[in-house]
Design a protein around this ligand. Sequence first.
Ligand SMILES: Cc1cc2nc3c(=O)[nH]c(=O)nc-3n(C[C@H](O)[C@H](O)[C@H](O)COP(=O)(O)OP(=O)(O)OC[C@H]3O[C@@H](n4cnc5c(N)ncnc54)[C@H](O)[C@@H]3O)c2cc1C
Length: 400
Amino acid sequence: MSYVSPSTVSIPARDLLVIGAGASGLMCAMVAGRRGLSVTLADAAARPGGKIAVSGGGKANFTNLHITPEQYVGADTAFCAPALERCTPQDMLNYADRHGIPWEEREHGRIFCRVSARRLIEALVKDCARAGCVMLAKRAVTAVRATDALFTADTDLGPLTARHLVIAAGSPAWPQAGATDGGLRLARSLGHSVAPVRPVLVPLNMPREWALHGLEGISLAVRIRVRDHVFADHLLFTHQGISGPAALLASCRWEPGTALEIDFLPERRFSELLDAPECGKLLVRSLLSRHMARRLADKLLPPELAARKVAELSRAARTLLHATVHAHTVTPTGTCGLRRAEAAAGGVATREVDARTMESRRCPRLYLTGEVLDVAGYLGGYNLHWAWASGKAAGESVGA
Ligand SMILES: Cc1cc2nc3c(=O)[nH]c(=O)nc-3n(C[C@H](O)[C@H](O)[C@H](O)COP(=O)(O)OP(=O)(O)OC[C@H]3O[C@@H](n4cnc5c(N)ncnc54)[C@H](O)[C@@H]3O)c2cc1C
């Protein structure tokens, strides 16, 4: 594997310099290298694909069977369509198959490796090497300049030059994996506008007075509504609020001050359970705890109704209980921030980038791919798929 350490200082001008050996940078370098371009791939980290390695709990949820632009957040999600059309989920499954990487489909069409995500990184790195790419580790690019013919990228170990440049440096989410806002700063320095960055796919914190604190560890299937968006998945109570897929999905559409409406019994109608003759003798809390953890039922129900017999409830009480279970409303105080976020919304304005090629409309021969753009996907393999698709689009277009 030709992953070159920092000792390689002087490299002649190349056709293409890719900044960032993450998901989109590796894909882009591989595709461009296979087309015969001379490619240098420089990464600040010691090892490529840091976020791929931690993704999907180490098993990389690397694509989804139901990819459409509607699963993305950004100023113009239609921007994603041309690249997604040219890189399908099947293409990524074929890629895994060709490299003998076993995968499995989980709920909601989510595709995970059945082995370590590192196998995916190794496959990409090997393919980049076979395609003749020179890969440089520990090469943080601190500044870039464009002249008529060449880009010059400054690094601690000397400049790198190339006729074309791809910024594939990701977003500042999850800095533990080496993520910074470096890519956004480089894009800005070349004339791009950047939409404000905010953490998404991130746990949400709840107000101190929230009635449902103290349930950490409990997980259940829920439906969460945020404004006009509804997400059905599992929710996990945490010390500070909520996490789990449903909460992470909700965070994609959450803005400060926005209330969430949580349905804790999405597959049943509590009013029907309350009206069922065979349930009349049960206490309300006993009935509800047949369908969720007792500790949750106890905290959710109004104390004055929890210990009443179902048969004794007035119509108004039944309506109130139904709303309590199916439309629990709470306004989070905030998110757990970029440190706990699997992605960042915001980034380079997509109106300044050609959706078919990922080429900048501001700076010719500059390309932008992956999460550095104002495109963030829902939980479920959409972010990695966007990285593959946008990396491929750029790799196919550079110098064409
Ligand atoms: C914990 C976690 C779990 C996730 N799980 C999933 C999942 O299961 N499925 C999914 O679809 N998505 C998942 N994601 C999101 C996904 O990993 C990212 O969206 C995706 O990796 C973005 O690809 P990218 O190429 O844009 O950037 P990255 O993969 O982040 O790569 C950017 C690279 O650029 C390098 N770099 C940055 N600045 C510079 C610089 N100045 N000079 C040189 N190099 C630089 C970085 O070191 C990094 O290697 C997860 C993210 C996290 C944090």
